[in-house]
Ligand binder design. Sequence first.
Ligand SMILES: [Fe+2]
Length: 226
Amino acid sequence: MSTTTEPESKKLKMDEYPMSPDAEWPDAWLMPDQVEDQCAPNQLEPNVPVSAEQMRDLGICYWKMDDVDKYDYPIKAIPWDPKDAKDPKLQALRDARGYSYADIITVHPDHLPEFDQKIKAFFEEHIHDAEEIRYIVGGSGYFDVRNKEDKWVRVHVKKGDLMTLPEGIYHRFTCDEDHMIHAMRLFIGQPVWTPFNRPQEDHPSRKKYAELFLATEEKKEDADTH
Ligand SMILES: [Fe+2]
């Protein structure tokens, strides 16, 4: 059995594909609990930026894909055929992270049926029982995630951004004021996109997230000594 060697080789591969330096991460900021227009930036007054380190502490991963303009992606391709994935950097990242599945979604009034309803649904706070992985190949939008104090953090993703949200994190998505985002959805294995709307405190994925990312230092020390 190769159970002992597999994780090591996977780790080695992942070490070969480090995340982008802090300066390349998307802009992020705290936002109010309630908003009138979900597509507006909704910054606090004065603005409170959120750093790359703070995003990583919530379990977010990020890679800037410099070659996004060198490759064409269809408006709609479900599923994405791996042989069409010509970007070697994207392929290397997919191999390193095990992202075997990919498809394309275009969120725009002309390309997404029932745009208004869909946009409202995407903005419902939810979790998934798997990592959420998005590569933005055109346009832009906002991923909102809850921080450790249960406040909303708004992350402004744009063309060339590949971002992942960990399993079990409370989040939501919206277009920005340009109302257009063209994204590749990636997944490990057979894709499942089911959202579980908040509250999900007893969901195994939420418990896992809370243990990994929300446990206080005291609790962690306690766990270490027992
Ligand atoms: Fe989601």
